[in-house]
Design a binder for this molecule. Sequence first.
Ligand SMILES: [Zn+2]
Length: 205
Amino acid sequence: MESLDSEGGQAQRTNRDVLTLPVLLLNRNFSPVSVATVRRAFVLLYGGSARAVDDTGETYDFGSWLRVPIRTRDDGLPIIGSEVRVPRVLHLLRYDRAPRVIVRLTRRNLMIRDQFQCQYCGRRPTVRDLNVDHVLPRSRGGLDSWENLVVSCRPCNLRKGRRTPGEAGMALLSVPHHPRWSTATQIRLVMREPFEEWQPFLQTA
Ligand SMILES: [Zn+2]
């Protein structure tokens, strides 16, 4: 999901690669809901529960999408004796729920939440020199949770050892919390270089 070629990659993609490319799904109100594969997108489009959205915002059903020309920067897929442009954005006609916002607890998301900054000393070394620290050490029952994990530099991590910040005489820069990111923000964070066609929908949040 994170290895999109920024340019010039299209020509080398095989059909199988193309089928796994990401397509942005919008709910009925044109808010981003999630990202699906091209394979899934065509199922939705063909089944009539979604319309393809082009970069001007115009929407198409499957039949009219087949007649949309393929430009050099597009990906194409062979389909019923012809080739069809791969949509980058899909409008779900019957989905009007707002997406549930669940930010996964990962090392990368922790880094983003803490802005790549040691939460004890405030330094910003390279990512490789940052650890994830259990505020209440795991050996003492500390959990893997948003509220108990912070980004820490190696020296602070060593200094703290198996103690609580209080015992070690170290203070946290901020209280660790579960981040509340919109779906658009999360998609932007995960897809470092999303397609140009996604931008209008991801900028709203
Ligand atoms: Zn530090």
